[in-house]
Design a protein around this ligand. Structure first.
Ligand SMILES: [Zn+2]
Length: 132
């Protein structure tokens, strides 16, 4: 059976731009961001689906804290959260910042950020999420 990609990220075997970590969960930049600051929040333990996390309430409490911390840093107008789980069967929550102002949507959507932009974004998010 091929190894779960998100378990590999948790174990540090697969590179990821990790911006938040606590004993139970991990958040990192999505590899194919739908907008600037698009994160994936995952439980460190492997559960195929989000509703299989025994402490689902605690997981969403962390999600709320992470979202509230990143909104001002990103200048996002709001954040969409979603759970699909078709491609990776390791529970994960999409955290997708939304930018209502025209122009920023076009700029952020589907555009690959440069290495420098990404570095700065990761740094800013890590600062914002420290001690969250
Ligand atoms: Zn996994």
């Amino acid at each position: 059976m091929p190894k779960c990609i998100f378990c590999s990220i948790v174990q540090g075997e697969e590179p990821a731009q990790i911006v938040y970590e606590d004993p139970q969960s991990l958040a990192f930049l999505d590899k194919y961001p739908q907008s600037r600051g698009h994160l994936q929040l995952i439980p460190k333990k492997h559960y195929p689906r989000i509703y299989e996390i025994p402490e689902m309430g605690a997981f969403f409490t962390v999600a709320g804290r992470v979202i509230r911390a990143i909104i001002p840093v990103l200048g996002a107008d709001h954040v969409t959260i979603a759970t699909f789980g078709r491609q990776v069967t390791h529970a994960h929550l999409w955290i997708v910042p939304q930018y209502d102002r025209e122009g920023e949507i076009k700029e952020g959507f589907g555009r690959k950020t440069t290495r420098e932009e990404q570095k700065e974004l990761v740094r800013a998010l890590r600062v914002a999420l420290k001690g969250v």
